[in-house]
Design a protein around this ligand. Structure first.
Ligand code: M6R
Length: 369
């Protein structure tokens, strides 16, 4: 039930802190990651030489964030594929491949077919799923459940942050098994993850009214662009998908580095562009690259809305709006940067008087290919 909330989506965004906390719960012990569902699978994790992540929609963007975590920490090469593209192109996979599927519902037909296909080809399969006993986890060799709780709104929000959390835990688990990170390095990342729920809560408490007000002013906008680098890239894609899905506004996400390879031609005075800005402390090189990207579009009259860390002053003279997020690690920043984008999409759709829970033409669970 919606409780006192105006929509399921509003309720589910408000539950993002507990979705992360519940996915972490019981899986951290003395600064180490302990995922009991994966007991007995150490040989599997030691034996693989690559990982392929398959999913659709928002779950695929969580997968893209997962690639950064898995490659950075576990040092296993990762490809992220849309399930429907993977399945129909004769992919090169075999017994040394771990195929990780990500699905909130566990019933998405495209993803299910891809998992079955991967199994037939001899790959190992691991399902990250939010629905106990769903079909995709039943078809997989291993399961890591996200514990976001039931998600009713068609637009996925709390399940997305739970999926990223599960992928972070899984990456730290595989890194530990393969001896790629020391106990101290794991403990450092675990400490960051543990603080995420309260940091998301901080954004909801301090920034949500301001972002909703801002979304209201933007209600007549016809097109919004989103830019990001590193984990900010899939977050930009997620921000764009959420906006098009529930507000029916044209929205596109780009890797910020691609700007000069084409998309900068779209920039004209007044064009709103959200930019996810990496942390100046955690990712100084990426930060300065993104700041130069902002300079380029600002100089061409774009209306820049920066999603930036508290205290990042470099964005101030070149942005029209700054949506603040707390400090965290380079990879966990994805879990914070997405929150203002979820709030914005919901605020804008609400300002347009649209039904945010049941957008036109869409179903919560896509059970046909
Ligand atoms: O249930 P799944 O996670 O497998 O669903 C995948 C996509 O259909 C889903 O994420 C979709 O893109 C959402 N409506 C996005 O908000």
């Amino acid at each position: 039930e919606k409780g006192g909330w105006s929509s399921f989506m509003a309720k589910e965004v408000s539950e993002e802190p507990e979705a992360v906390a519940n996915t972490l719960r019981g899986r951290i012990r003395d600064g180490a990651v302990a995922i009991t569902e994966l007991d007995g699978l150490d040989d599997l994790f030691r034996g693989i030489s690559r990982i392929v992540i398959i999913a659709a929609g928002t779950a695929a963007y969580a997968g893209m964030v997962g690639k950064y975590a898995l490659e950075e920490w576990a040092r296993v090469p990762v490809d992220v594929d849309l399930a429907h593209e993977f399945h129909y192109r004769n992919p090169v996979i075999g017994p040394d491949t771990l195929v990780i599927s990500i699905s909130q519902s566990g019933e998405t037909m495209d993803t299910l077919m891809a998992v079955k296909y991967a199994r037939e080809r001899g790959a190992k399969t691991l399902s990250i799923c939010n629905t106990q006993g769903a079909t995709i986890p039943r078809e997989s060799d291993a399961i890591v459940y996200t514990h976001a709780g039931p998600e009713v709104a068609v637009a996925s929000t709390k399940a997305f942050v739970a999926q990223i959390t599960a992928l972070n835990l899984l990456a730290l688990h595989i890194a530990t098994v393969r001896g790629e990170l020391s106990a101290d390095q794991v403990a450092e990342q675990v400490a960051e993850l543990k603080q995420i729920p309260e940091k998301i809560q901080h954004i909801l408490d301090d920034e949500q009214p301001h972002i909703e007000q801002f979304a209201h002013w933007m209600a007549d906008t016809r097109s919004v662009l989103f830019l990001g680098r590193h984990v900010g890239y899939p977050i930009a894609l997620e921000g764009a998908l959420k906006l098009k899905e529930i507000s029916y506004i044209h929205a596109e996400g780009f890797a910020a580095g691609e700007l000069k390879h084409g998309p900068i031609a779209l920039i004209e005075p007044g064009q709103p562009v959200f930019v996810v800005v990496p942390s100046p402390r955690e990712s100084p090189v990426l930060h300065s690259k993104v700041v130069s990207n902002i300079r380029e579009i600002h100089a061409r009259g774009a209306r820049v809305i920066a999603v930036a860390e508290e205290g990042d002053a470099a964005v101030l003279p070149i942005s029209d709006e700054v949506l603040r997020i707390p400090l965290t690690g380079a990879i966990t920043q994805s879990l914070l940067a997405v929150v203002p984008l979820h709030i914005f999409a919901m605020g804008l759709a609400t300002a347009k008087g649209l039904d945010v829970d049941q957008p036109r033409n869409l179903a919560k669970s896509v059970t046909v290919e």
